[in-house]
Ligand binder design. Sequence first.
Ligand code: HEM
Ligand code: SF4
Length: 553
Amino acid sequence: MYAYTDFDRDFLAERNAQFRAQVARRIDGSLTEDEFKPLRLMNGLYLQLHAYMLRVAIPYGTLNAAQMRQLAMIADRWDKGYGHFTTRQNIQYNWPALRDVPDMLDALGEVGMHAIQTSGNTIRNVTADHFASAAAEEVADPRPVAELIRQWSTDHSEFQFLPRKFKVAVTGSDQDRAVTAAHDIGLRLVKREGEIGATVLVGGGLGRTPMIGKVLADFVALDDLLPYLEAVVAVYNLLGRRDNKYKARIKITVHENGIEEIRRLVEAEFAPRKAAFNGADMAILENIRADFAAPDFTDGQGAYPTHYTHDPVFRSFVDTNTVAHRHADYAILTVSLKAHGATPGDATSDQMRTLADIAERFAHDELRISHEQNVILPHMPKRHLRAVFDLLRAEGLGTANIGLASDIIACPGMDYCALATARSIPVAQEIATRFDELKLEHEVGPLKIKISGCINACGHHHVGHIGILGLDRAGVENYQITLGGDGGPDAVIGERAGPGFAYDEVVDAIERLVRAYLEVRDNADETFLETYRRLGAAPFKAALYPEVKANAA
Ligand code: HEM
Ligand code: SF4
């Protein structure tokens, strides 16, 4: 993976020293909170309901063991012994004291990490497919491109005050696990006549006006990519609305001006920018690529086939939590951070250390954080899987529920977030606990439930097969349900099912939905989403609102 150069280290040290001085001035009162706010936001420090929150970027979701151990150390030393992994491949610390934050940033710097541009109206952490370089169907590893974009966008002087935040995601696979269509810019690496390039989507986003990204360019060759991106962001920087925060994202700029006009403006902007780049970016990309060379895969599965055949608990874990790796003796293992009843995405420092140890001892020193708030061991030799399963179980990490009803994305909601209108973590916990008690989720199969605690949609509810949005109705929590959303290659925004539910009704409502699916599905292989697409919303609405059905009868 990418290793920091002396330049990177010096840059970070200087930046951290600058922030240390700003924090000191806030503590001694020479800066007011209003004056301090833009300074802290440039370094990922938010002020939330109960405390400061530090958001740290995990570029393209990739970590090595040393970095994961450092995240654990930070959680123990300056927080409450845990961290929260988010849908944008960041980790959030929820309880830092202001005076400690400079030390936390220095500790991150020691392992090549930082919190720059995890907030503010800048280009945010560039995310990527969490199965990068391991997935069998991949066209190209998206991470070198994501790293190139990270280097270009970090502290980019032209783009420090964009109209609004700007999110970029990259995938190298037609499965689109990076949800590129819900990003300001989504890049899909494709091969055309032997050459790798990118399909560029623009104007996707969730929040209060959800939109699916539109194709701005079918194919941009790699050596044109950075100047092309720069042209897109430059056009947005000038054209994006600064008069209204809710209309400031590029999705609105595209919607109001039309994709053809945006394309025309981008193309006009592209030519001079291309000339200025002079090919220097391609030399940098070549060096970055060398850092991402795949490990030497070893052959042989050891006793794995015997364990798989004779141990049903292990078999269920493998069937649910692994997918095919491009090397037959390997698996891609997803470790669930969604033990039934736990807070989705939270990991304790002990769990982080266990994951780091496993990665180092058995799995080529690589870990990934997925936007689904789980941790992935992308290169797991099958011969070690049995031993790893035991280690995971001992640390509460052996839950076999990946892709199932209890593998829920949930934003922090009212438990932490200053913008929340409702709780989301407890709803996720109660749904997961209910499905565990019912012992139904394996029978139900693939089902994505996603929960946001307000209209900002951090929990991706619009692209959940079942989405739950927590609102405030005259001081009372109310949960609106959307159906049929999907964040995959043909992403769609879910449709609202009808009136919302009170907090103590929502878990029952979800159970009714799932039971309705089991009744009407064609066969056990037809997923919830397929059934919804075949039959439409009617049978699900009937299950959600039985009283309406009874009245109509
Ligand atoms: C706790 C502090 C947080 C605050 C104050 C916050 C704030 C916001 C706001 C205001 C938006 C709407 C932006 C818009 O529509 O223009 C948003 C969107 C979003 N946030 Fe958060 N967020 C927080 C935490 C999180 C967490 C923990 C995650 C991941 C679990 C997350 C991921 C996202 C995503 C994926 C979106 C929607 C995508 C888009 O930008 O269109 N945020 N956030
Ligand atoms: S969706 Fe709302 S409640 Fe949830 S983290 Fe985002 S801003 Fe906070």
